[in-house]
Every structure is written in C-alpha cells, then in structure tokens.
Design a protein around this ligand. Sequence first.
Ligand code: NAD
Length: 456
Amino acid sequence: MLPADAAAKARSTFDSGKTLPLAFRLERLRALLRAIERHEDALLGAMRQDLHKHPNEAFAELGLALSDLKHHLAHLADWAAPQRLPISKVLFPARAYVQHEPLGRVLIIGPWNYPALLVLHPLIGAVAAGNTVVVKPSELSPATSQAVEAVLRDAFGDDGHVSVVQGGVDVSTQLLAERWDHIFFTGSTQVGKVVMAAAAKHLTPVTLELGGKSPALIDDDVNLDVAAKRIAWSKTYNAGQTCVCVDYVLVHERHAAAFISKVKQAWLDFYGQDPKQSPDFSRIVTPRHAERLQRLMEGGTVAHGGQVDAAERYVAPTLLTDVKLDSPLMQEEIFGPLLPVIPVKSLDEAMAFVRARPKPLGLYVFTENDAHAERVFAQCPSGGAMQNDSIGQIATHSLPFGGVGDSGLGRYHGRHSFETFSNPKSVVRKPAFPDFFLRYAPLRRTPLALWRHIVG
Ligand code: NAD
C-alpha cells in the first residue's frame, strides 16, 4: 500500500468511530493473539532466515508480545474506565474524572533487530487505546517484515484499522510527511532526530525508543563467576544486536584479568571452539553491518575472537582490551558481539565515566553490596537499570520501558503502553444549580479577605 493511501485509510476508519467501543478493541486484541499463535512457525522461520536466531531466542520475542497481549486483555476494561478523582473546593458541587480517549492515527516505525516484537509490542497498546495504526517494519529484516504483515492482515483484515506499509528510508520519509496523532519510533538516535523534526512540523507527539551505549559496572565486591557469565550472555544474545545489552564493561582493576578469562570460558561453554558452527549463535543483519563491526575492532586489542566473515554475516564473540576512548568503538553504539573491557580503580571512577557520557538506555551494576548498587542507581541517570544482570528490565509489564536523553523519550509496556497511546482527558461535570453569584462581576461585592478564604 502507498504511504498516502494508508494514512488516508487510517483517518477515515478512525473518523468512522468503529475503533472506539471497548468490545471492538478487545475483539481485535484477541484476533491478534490468535493470529500470532497461528503464524508462529512462519515467524520463527523468518527470524532464522533474517538473523539466524535459534527458535528459542526467536520465541522470546513472540512470548513478550503474547504475554503483554494477555495482560492487556485482562486489564484493559479497568484502565479504560473513567477514573473518578477528588475536586478542588472552587468547583463545588461537581464530579471530576479522567477519561482516556484514543489519540487517533498512529504511525509505528520498527527496527530490524527484534523485527517482530518491536512492531507488535507497541501495536498492542495502540489498538488497546482505540487508535488506527499504520506499521512500517524494517526493510533490513525482509522475511520477518513479510511474516508480520501476514499476521496483521490475518488479524485485522484490510478495513484500515491496522495497515502495513513495507519499504525503506524513502517510504519512511513519505510516511513521516503525513499528519499523525502519534509517532512511535524504535531505532537509532540519529534517525530519532529525523523523526522528531518531521513530527514537529505538525506538533505530533512522539515516542522515541532509541539506543546508545549501556555500561556494565563491576564492583570490587562481586560474584565474578555470575557477572562474567551473564555479561557473556548479554553480549551474544542475538549476537549483541540488542538495544539494552551490555555495550562495554568498567571492571574493578583487581578483577580485570579474571573477568576476561571467565568471559572467554563462558563463550566456549555456550558456543564451542567455533561459534560459526553453533546453531545457537545469531548472525549480523547484513554484510555491511559485519564490516562495520570489523572496523570497530581497531579501537582496541583483540584479546579473544576477532574472526569476521562478512559475506556470511558472521562476527565472532570478541573481547577487546587497551581500548581507545576516542575511537568509534567507544563513541558509537556497538550493536554486535564485541565487548570492550576497561579497568577502573573504583566504583566512583566508573560512575564518573558513565556520567560524563550520554544517558544510556540500560545501566548495569554487578555487586554483592546493595548500598553500592543504590548509589550507582541514584547517581547515574539511565532509562532503566539492573543489579547483577542486564536486559531483563524489559521483560516485566509493570515496569515502564524507555530511554532518557539520547536514549529516548516516552515509555511503554503494559499499562504504560495504553497511556502512551491515549489522551487522558480531564472531565468536570457540574449541575446547573446552585449557581454561586460571587464568581460574577461586580467582583467588588466580595472583600479580598473573604475571596482569599474561598479560593485559597
Ligand atoms: P534505524 O534508525 O536505522 O532504522 C529504524 C527504522 O527507521 C527503519 O524502519 C528504517 O527504515 C527507518 N529509517 C532509517 N533511516 C531513516 C531516515 N533517514 N528517515 C526515516 N526513516 C528512516 O535503526 P535500526 O538499524 O533498524 O535499529 C538499530 C537501532 O535501534 C539501534 O540504535 C538500537 O539501539 C535501536 N533500538 C532501540 C530499541 C529500544 O527499544 N530502545 C529497540 C531496538 C533497537
């Protein structure tokens, strides 16, 4: 479908009012749930094709979407019900409540790294809130983007409630030129700026789920075995192509050598001597992205790994030491299985390092000392944070997910998704009687001292 046609269809369907009733929204969410289940094999196969994801890893994407769908089905009636609130005495007598109404037409633009989840997950909230939606999946994960389109056609038909427009930057640019009531973008910080500039032309609100460099801080007081294993996992899950994975490590100098040898061992245990042969290790999205990772390795000394086969989209799990802080390795989001390890003398030095850089999406501290973890969380801003692990902060509906500063703007997941795609309209309902005369001119009838008492 052409971008302008999809936008026009989304408008006329929204204007028809058909997406407003709660029963309709619940029915469409149930249809989406059934369609994802029906297309599971096709979706898992497509993710294998695009990123060589193991089916278990690929299913984690669908699992997050399915569990949030069930959570919405269980709670949407409560969230959508008017919320009665106390009134200020100047309004007396009156009733006041918040009534959530849909924003209208929503545009969702997705990335390639979790190509199913990152369009389905925001879509759940947008549909729950009663919007019409146009989805633009990534052109760099073509098999999954087609599979997602098949799911959405199965669930929503072609009545303009949810439409899919496939394409790359040109199509995205045309979509962004249309007037939307909300734009939900997941992707790089650089393109996030393009999206926000386009949205500003129509004063369209945006949610920007962006990336950045999420650090892991390893304290002196740490369970090093667990820290090394969990960081090794974070850096190779989906071959390190995860927005919230550990980007680099700041390790207490006392543990640096042991940490490196434990990460090596963990990768050997996970993927064997040659990770290229492992059925569990994902591929880089394109040869061009693999070549970029190869260039990033120039920012340090390869202490383990380093093999690249760009044509096969393979980059080995790689440890880098003697890291140059002004190199692209430490200036850009890595987004691949390269782990720079930087020794520090103290947790304070690590915190100063993090604070001197853009606010990250995730912040991870590995420590047995809870007071140390709390100090890091209090003193280093970030979108989310974890103690003794990473990535998992995204897997709980109750927690709002999103970035801060360069890592993003806005929140979603669970109820936070519903709120992101709703306008919380403030409603006050007053009876015609009584009609207090003091509010009307001539105001001099009321001495200021009495007025102060009434209004203050
Ligand atoms: P990207 O910004 O290159 O592309 C994202 C989407 O924007 C794609 O659909 C693409 O077609 C479109 N696009 C690209 N250039 C555009 C332009 N100039 N104008 C308009 N649209 C354009 O991102 P990507 O490479 O697909 O994904 C990787 C990035 O996404 C990483 O930075 C990663 O951290 C981030 N990410 C963030 C989250 C999150 O939830 N915060 C999740 C996944 C990925």
